[in-house]
Design a protein around this ligand. Sequence first.
Ligand code: MG
Ligand code: ZN
Length: 382
Amino acid sequence: MVRNFKSGTKKMIFSFLFLLSFLIVINCNSQSDNSEGNSNPDNYRDKKAKNIILMIGDGMGVSHIYAGITANKGHLNIEKLMDIGFSKTHSADNYITDSGAGGTAIAIGYKTFNAGIGVDADTIPRETILEYAEENGKATGLVATSAITHATPASFIAHQPSRYLYEEIAGDFLKTDIEVFIGGGLNHFNKRKDDVDLTVALKDKGYQLVYELEGLKKINSGKLAGLLYEDAPPKYSEGRGDMLPVASMKAIEILSKDKDGFFLMIEGSQIDWAGHANDTKYIVDEMLDFDRTIGKVLEFAEKDGNTLVIVTADHETGGMGLNNGDLEKGEVIAKYTSGNHTGVMVPVFAYGPGSDNFRGIYENTGIFYKMMEAFGFSINEN
Ligand code: MG
Ligand code: ZN
């Protein structure tokens, strides 16, 4: 009996250990399954991208992202983009870039002076990636949670010596064939010093004008100008709601109908404004809104298989540091070194065909050349 009891106990211990190791194997499997699900498609190397979706979190440094990860209790969609690099953000005339020079470097591949829009350091207009896409037969779009005439989206479509020339920037929208743009900034189109109502000119060019988020639902194709707010859209927490993911997916729905592919820039504009305000809750709200949009964009890209998704920032804002936090409670304790932008490198995340080219450390202008390469475009001389 005693021996039997002992051997019975041994058996129980062995079967327990067996079960335990089995559970560990299952657990490891589920982790590797998870990371496989997040990795790039097998054939992504050396493949050209039919579509590029460039997502800019204005002012989004590593701390802003980790504040979002913490608030979301450990994970964000941005972690699914597995080719990662860093971009050096200084402008042509300043260690600390503004969003004009920062956006312009990404849009045209030239560093410029702070506040410059789509021009090089000598104020010479240079062709933007959006204009190259148009020239190569692709559809194009811009979506932002600021005025659509604000520095970041403006950098991709306008050529002006100053970001503050909002009405001139609005005029530049009519000089291109952009298919979809959605954001705020209606006043820069129809309440202008020159009394010209550019919404009339937009209608003449074939744009369907939409002035509220609900109205986007009715449009499924054709040209779309979504001027949803007179000036800047409100904060996520103050009524903007799901404008960014809804507008972004509407843009993708329309642009993806072009058989030649598309270029779309989506901006989480207010991560920067929250950084300027040193307002941690505002940063987290805007970061989570941007990340929900990343999740939806990745769903499209995974299904499509020919779409390169890039998520990056033009610079860091606030000198944000995470002095403490709680991943279980989703609490973030942040401190700030600045009410302005800082000089640190910002991350670049890429997914899809050509994504491996985004690894390493490079100038912000490198993002332009990498996008050109992914599209297979050549640079126009002069
Ligand atoms: Mg911006
Ligand atoms: Zn800023």
